[in-house]
Write a protein that binds this ligand. Sequence first.
Ligand code: FAD
Length: 156
Amino acid sequence: MPSVVITSKEEMEAIIAKCDVCYVGLADTDGTPYVLPMNFGYKDGIIYLHSGQEGRKTDILKRNNRVCITFSTDHALSFQDAQMACSYTMKSKSVIVQGTVSFEEDFDKKIEILNIFMKNYSDREFKYSTPAINNVKVWKVEVNNMTGKAFGFRSR
Ligand SMILES: Cc1cc2nc3c(=O)[nH]c(=O)nc-3n(C[C@H](O)[C@H](O)[C@H](O)COP(=O)(O)OP(=O)(O)OC[C@H]3O[C@@H](n4cnc5c(N)ncnc54)[C@H](O)[C@@H]3O)c2cc1C
């Protein structure tokens, strides 16, 4: 299947904008990988995630805050010969981001970030309760490296 390397930041951001879920890869210090589906927001080169305060993922992040996040969209099954398994391909576009996680602790900034996050899913204006903001863990992933690829699309 022809694959095209995407070098334009705008194109990579367009792929991210089409996704509603990303896959967050963490690595424990003994090398054990852990990959989770998560919802996200994105603005100006920063990926925003949110979670509860406790759990395996946050335990791992305390030991290693480096993450690798995959976004994938435009999936379409195609084939050249319906009878031939090896002629089937999945057209798709994906972006892989490497970055480091820090947590936002400021109450008002948390709300700003959650608004960016919610914008990914709805154009509504939202209200937040104080306990919800205090309890949510807001992740900021500073992007250190971003690569993109398109599979099954011709280069332009
Ligand atoms: C589409 C989608 C979007 C999601 N978005 C978010 C989000 O924005 N924020 C968020 O915090 N969570 C989100 N989740 C849930 C997330 O994937 C984790 O399940 C959750 O955050 C708990 O992670 P943990 O490491 O704290 O779990 P823990 O409760 O500490 O996990 C205990 C064990 O449960 C298993 N486990 C944990 N999560 C999963 C899973 N998803 N599937 C199968 N086994 C699992 C693992 O083996 C793990 O060792 C989403 C899930 C889906 C499917």
